[in-house]
Ligand binder design. Structure first.
Ligand code: E4P
Length: 228
């Protein structure tokens, strides 16, 4: 499963990219607004910080201005995925941009019927918002299961991008169900590394190692030189 980070905060993105485990970034107008930065230069900066797809969302809702914005966004960097809403205009833009080789992420997907339309429009990614469905008492992961099943049955190549992630189980369940991507807020991405038994076990190993007085590197060899 690919991991995208769901943020427009360039410091968070750089920090997480340094782990070598980050495959891309998703932004949206609300996340960009939080940074207080100008959109286009910010997107250029993010695209330079990660090699994988960076979703940049259009602001227009009508077909022609949306297409114009999408075409412009696609010129910003080779790793741009233009993000469009799951509306008739958005899907029309998706088809037009996708036909020209631009990656498109169709966002705000809340049903399998919508996901089928996104795939028919040639989307590279469809983003079902699992957390927002859970928030209203619906079953976000049930939607991921159904979309994965339908895409598999139909041989549809659009990647299922689990969005609106609220906790690590959303990521694990998405992976189990066959979703290709999860976009994860930075705090939850860091949570994936953690387990109290890892901390406890490591503390014990460190204490026992110190007590044993053993060393791995030969005397006089500095750590980085030992690797050379
Ligand atoms: C997806 O690309 C969206 O940016 C995002 O996952 C929205 O999540 P939210 O429901 O936490 O705002």
């Amino acid at each position: 499963m690919k991991f995208f980070v769901d943020t427009a905060d360039i410091n968070e993105i750089r920090d997480l990219a340094a782990t070598g485990l980050l495959d891309g970034v998703t932004t949206n107008p609300s996340l960009v607004a939080k940074t207080g930065k100008e959109f286009v230069p910010l997107i250029r900066e993010i695209c330079a910080a990660v090699p994988g797809p960076v979703s940049a969302e259009v602001g227009a809702t009508e077909f022609e201005p949306m297409l114009e914005e999408g075409r412009y966004l696609a010129t910003l960097a080779p790793n741009i995925a233009v993000k469009v809403p799951l509306t008739p205009a958005g899907l029309k833009v998706c088809k037009a941009l996708g036909g020209g080789g631009t990656m498109v992420n169709v966002t705000l997907c809340f049903s399998s019927a919508q996901a089928i339309l996104a795939a028919k429009a040639g989307a590279a990614f469809v983003s079902p918002f699992v957390g927002r469905l859970d928030d209203i008492g619906e079953d976000g992961m049930g939607l991921i299961a159904e979309i994965c099943q339908v895409y598999m049955a139909q041989g549809m190549e659009t990647e299922v991008l689990v969005a609106s992630v609220r906790h690590p189980r959303h990521v694990v369940e998405g992976a189990r169900l066959g979703a290709q991507v999860a976009t994860i807020p930075p705090g939850i991405l860091r949570q994936l590394f953690q387990h109290p038994l890892t901390d406890k076990g490591l503390a014990q190993f460190v204490a026992d190692w110190r007590k044993s007085g053993q060393k791995i590197l030969p005397a006089g060899v500095e750590p980085l030189k030992a690797l050379a």
